[in-house]
Design a protein around this ligand. Sequence first.
Ligand code: NCD
Length: 321
Amino acid sequence: MQLIKTTKDFAGTDILSLQQFTPQSLKKLFSVTAKMKIIAKSAKPSDILKGNIVTLIFYEPSSRTFGSFAAAVKQLGGQTIEIQNPQQFSSVAKGETLTDTIKVFEAYSDAIVIRHPEIGAAQKAAEAAFFVPIINAGDGVGEHPTQALLDLFTIYEHTGTLDGLTGVVAGDLLNGRTVHSLIRGLSLYSRNTLYLLSPGRLRLTRADFSLFAKSGVKLVEIAGEKDIPKDADFWYWTRVQKERFGDIAEYEKVKDSFIVTPKTLADYAGRKTILMHPLPRIGEITAAVDNDVRAVYLRSQIRNGMYVRMALLALILGKIH
Ligand code: NCD
């Protein structure tokens, strides 16, 4: 896994973890993202990825990540090979290994975006691919770097900074890969404080907690909404990850632990606090909250996913420097 320090480093780089980024490389990515937003909003076609083919291979369900990557490639004039559920619709059903599948699709495309239920699968794919970059679109309970990039861009757009922030991260911190990548991203800076709110059994692993605590971010575990500091810059709510539970009764016990309602916002959020969620939400933010101006999850946060992915693809395919 290569650390991205300069703009040139993006070209040809696998995107596996937020650990690869630096504040400088995020700044660069976000300046390209702002340009992509203008391209996407204009009616004129772009040919930045003309002649490029990107494979999207998703071994786990996806709406936004799959859809926004497909849209990102098409916005830039490129084409996609789209494989959802390869366990059913590809040679994976016949028992083909991940390594072989990746070697096949690198022969057909210029980059591969992969989602897989196993932690470390994207790293394994990157080891299999000699010629094309791999983008991790979620590896089990590991990481989801492109989600964190769009989350960080959303925070940056609203606050103008990624340092000196106070945030609340709530829900399934044990199994939530979006949370793992987001905390890693915010720990690249030295003055961020995150309040972590989760059921006891869904806390960050102690290993992750001490790893992050040694980096730039200050982590504070809290027991309930009443401990949320007033005027946090953002709240990042997540669903309890049902598919990671062996025992569904255990899931039922914790799934409704923390629910945001208009009253929660009125009692604990600040006037400028933004409310984020990677989606899908399964009841942990009630629909009555959606029209609050602070709720960005069905608005800018989704759109930013496509803009950030456009920027990332243009950079790693060496089309923009
Ligand atoms: C997330 C994921 O797949 O990890 N979804 C997404 O990509 N926005 C979050 C989730 O499934 O809870």
